[in-house]
Design a protein around this ligand. Structure first.
Ligand code: NAD
Length: 357
C-alpha cells in the first residue's frame, strides 16, 4: 500500500480566477491525513525575538520541532521602527510621508484591505490619501487620479487596489504610477531592475519583501543556500525568486508544470510557497532543518469555526513543522508582513525624495 504521505495531494484547489474570491476548499477529502489535524489545531507558541530579530541560525536538528517564525511579532517590531523614523523625519525636516490608495468599485474585501491600510498608516504617523471611484469609471479617469497623485508632493507612495474591474486593463493602469512612487513595486521597470545584476529597484513588492525580512530577522543564512520557490506569480513567486537570487541563493522555481516537485523541494534549505493550494507541500517534501515561508492563504470548510471556514497555508503545517528548522504559521506568518512592508516602502520613498538619511 502506498503510505499516506506519498499519496497525491488530496486537497487540490484549482488556481483561482484572476478576479474574484478564491474558492473555499473542503476539509472532508483530507480525513485520515494529519493535515486535517493541522488545520484544526492552534499554532505552537510564538518565538520571542530580540529587537532586530533572533540571530541564531534556523538550521537545527530534525528531531526538534520547528521554530515558529512569528510574522505578527516581526510586523509589530517593523511598525514600531517605522513610527520612530516617521517622527524623526517630521521633527528634522517637517515632512510627513504620505500614501495614496486608489480603489475602484465597491468590493467588500477590497474596501476592508483599504481600510486596514489606512489604519496601519495612521498608527505609524503616515498620512493617507484615498480616491474612491465608481465601478463603471473609465481607465482614463483612474489614470487621471494617478497622475494627480504622481504630481502631489505630499504623496510619496501610490497604490492601486487590485483587482480592478474587468473592463480595465491592469497593465495600463499600473504603468501610469510613477516609478519613484510605485510602493507596490509592480511597475515593469521596478521588476526589471530587480531582475538585473548591478541594478536595484526603487521598490520591492511587499509580500516577497516581507518573506525576505522574516528570513533575515530570524538569522536564516541565504548566501550559497539552495532555495525553492513554489509558484511564479508576478506579485509573489517571481519576485521572491529574484530576491533570493539577489541574496546569492541558488534558486529553483516549481510551478504547475513542474515534474517531481517534491524531489526538487526536498533539496531546498529555504522554501517559499506561494501557490494558493491548501496543504500542497507535505512533510516528505521538506529537507530536515529547512526554513519554510508559507505565503498561501486558503479558506477551507470548517464546521467548528463560527465562520464555517478557516484559513490554512500551502504547506501542511502539522507535517512540515516536524521536519523543518523554522516555519511560518498561517495565519500569523507572512500575512501581517505585507502591510508592514507597504509602510516601510512609503517611508523609504519619502526619505529618498527628500534625501533624508
Ligand atoms: P497566483 O494564482 O497568481 O499564482 C499561483 C502560482 O502557483 C502560479 O504561478 C501557478 O503556476 C502556481 N501553481 C498552481 N498550482 C500549482 C501546483 N500544483 N504546484 C506548483 N505550482 C502551482 O497566486 P498568488 O497571487 O501568487 O498567491 C499565492 C497564494 O499566496 C494565495 O494563497 C494567496 O492568497 C496568497 N497571498 C498571500 C499574501 C499575503 O500577504 N500573505 C499576498 C499575496 C498572496
Amino acid at each position: 500500500m502506498v503510505p499516506a504521505a506519498r499519496l497525491p495531494v488530496p486537497l487540490a484547489v484549482r488556481p483561482p480566477p484572476p478576479h474574484g474570491p478564491r474558492p473555499i476548499a473542503s476539509l472532508r477529502p483530507l480525513l485520515g491525513s494529519p493535515c486535517i489535524y493541522a488545520t484544526l489545531r492552534p499554532a505552537a507558541a510564538p518565538l520571542v525575538l530580540t529587537r532586530r530579530g533572533a540571530k541564531e541560525h534556523a538550521t537545527i536538528s530534525a528531531d526538534a520541532p520547528a521554530k515558529v517564525i512569528d510574522g505578527k511579532l516581526v510586523a509589530k517590531q517593523v511598525r514600531e521602527e517605522i513610527a520612530v523614523e516617521v517622527a524623526r523625519m517630521k521633527d528634522a525636516i517637517g515632512v510627513v510621508p504620505g500614501l495614496a490608495v486608489i480603489l475602484v468599485g465597491s468590493r467588500k474585501d477590497s474596501q476592508t484591505y483599504v481600510r486596514n491600510k489606512k489604519k496601519a498608516c495612521e498608527a505609524v504617523g503616515i498620512q493617507s490619501f484615498e480616491a474612491n471611484l465608481p465601478e463603471d469609471s473609465s481607465e482614463e479617469e483612474v489614470i487621471k487620479h494617478i497622475a494627480s497623485f504622481n504630481s502631489d508632493p505630499s504623496v510619496h507612495g501610490i497604490l492601486v487596489q487590485l483587482p480592478l474591474p474587468r473592463h480595465m486593463n491592469d497593465e495600463n493602469i499600473l504603468n501610469a504610477v510613477g516609478i519613484e512612487k510605485d510602493v507596490d513595486g509592480f511597475h515593469p521597470l521596478n521588476i526589471g531592475r530587480l531582475a538585473m545584476q548591478g541594478r536595484d529597484p526603487f521598490f520591492v513588492p511587499c509580500t516577497p519583501k516581507g518573506c525576505m525580512e522574516l528570513l533575515h530577522r530570524h538569522g536564516v543564512e541565504i548566501k550559497g543556500k539552495r532555495a525553492v520557490v513554489i509558484g511564479r506569480s508576478n506579485i509573489v513567486g517571481m519576485p521572491a525568486a529574484l530576491l533570493l537570487q539577489k541574496a546569492n541563493a541558488t534558486v529553483s522555481i516549481v510551478h504547475s508544470q513542474t515534474k517531481n516537485p517534491e524531489e526538487i523541494t526536498r533539496q531546498a534549505d529555504i522554501v517559499i510557497a506561494a501557490v494558493g493550494v491548501a496543504n500542497l507541500v507535505r512533510g516528505n517534501w521538506i529537507k530536515p532543518g529547512a526554513a519554510i515561508i508559507d505565503v498561501g492563504i486558503n479558506p477551507v470548510d470548517d464546521p467548528e469555526s463560527p465562520r464555517g471556514y478557516r484559513l490554512v497555508g500551502d504547506v501542511c503545517y502539522e507535517e512540515a513543522s516536524k521536519v523543518a528548522g523554522a516555519i511560518t504559521p498561517v495565519p500569523g506568518g507572512v500575512g501581517p508582513m505585507t502591510i508592514a512592508m507597504l509602510l516601510a516602502n512609503t517611508l523609504e520613498s519619502a526619505k529618498r525624495i527628500h534625501n533624508f538619511k
